[in-house]
Design a protein around this ligand. Structure first.
Ligand code: CA
Length: 233
């Protein structure tokens, strides 16, 4: 089988060098040059492994790891500029599976990639992967496929609507404020207006509710925010 590797590195030359080397070894390669694109491309491509530079413009490698770890245990090899950074990261439990200090040889990187992939493959399914289906009543979300179905029919949610609905499905019955949701969707670069959240909720309801005027799934908690209903049949 062909493995797909997401390479996240803002130094273009190094990114290209890694990508070319891995392609020559028959890996599929997807390249990102900043943290925001890294998260986006991760969700789009569902790679088998991520090679992730620590220092990136926008959101850094730690934040990217945190985002990825919210929904996936895909192995991450972190690239750091200095040995001290690696030491600090290892003490931090940053969520990466392995670390490499620059400069490194391509051969060494390839060896680490093989080792990490072998380890993951021997565990069969990556841990946590079986929990990638969320549901409430007739609504079933496949997180890895980014698909949501109701009564077996595919719902057409935008990326941000999908992420907000996922956030709710992971927290049944818990009151969620507009601020919580804004924080969750920050990466989309929306301006921080609470009104924006109401508009998204309205659009999600149009998609998932039989009668959006009388919502059964996402309920309004007056003066506070919203919550996902529990035990919808
Ligand atoms: Ca960098």
């Amino acid at each position: 089988m062909t493995y797909t590797i997401l390479v996240v590195e803002d130094e273009r030359k190094l990114n290209t060098m890694i990508a070319d080397y891995l392609k020559a070894l028959e890996y599929e390669v997807v390249s990102a040059y900043n943290g925001i694109d890294a998260v986006k491309l991760f969700r789009e491509h569902g790679p088998d492994l991520v090679v992730l530079d620590l220092m990136l413009p926008g959101i850094d490698g730690i934040d990217v790891t945190r985002k990825i770890r919210e929904s996936s245990s895909t192995p991450i090899i972190m690239l750091t500029a200095r040995a001290e950074e690696t030491d600090k990261l290892m003490g931090l439990d940053s969520g990466a599976d392995d670390y490499m200090t620059k400069p490194f040889s391509m051969k060494e990187l390839a060896a680490r990639i093989r080792a990490v992939l072998r380890r993951t493959a021997s565990q069969g399914r990556a841990p946590g992967q079986e929990e990638q289906v969320l549901s409430l009543g007739l609504i079933i979300m496949d997180v890895l496929k980014r698909s949501v179905k109701k009564r077996g029919e595919e719902l057409k949610l935008t990326s941000v609507q999908f992420d907000i609905l996922k956030y709710f499905l992971e927290r049944p019955g818990r009151v969620i404020t507009r601020g919580d949701i804004l924080e969750e969707i920050q990466e989309y670069g929306f301006e921080g207006y609470e009104r924006t959240v109401d508009v998204h909720i309205k659009n999600i309801r149009k998609n998932i509710e039989d009668n959006p005027g009388k919502p059964e799934f996402i309920l309004t908690v007056w003066g506070v925010g919203y919550k996902l209903a529990e035990g919808v049949e």
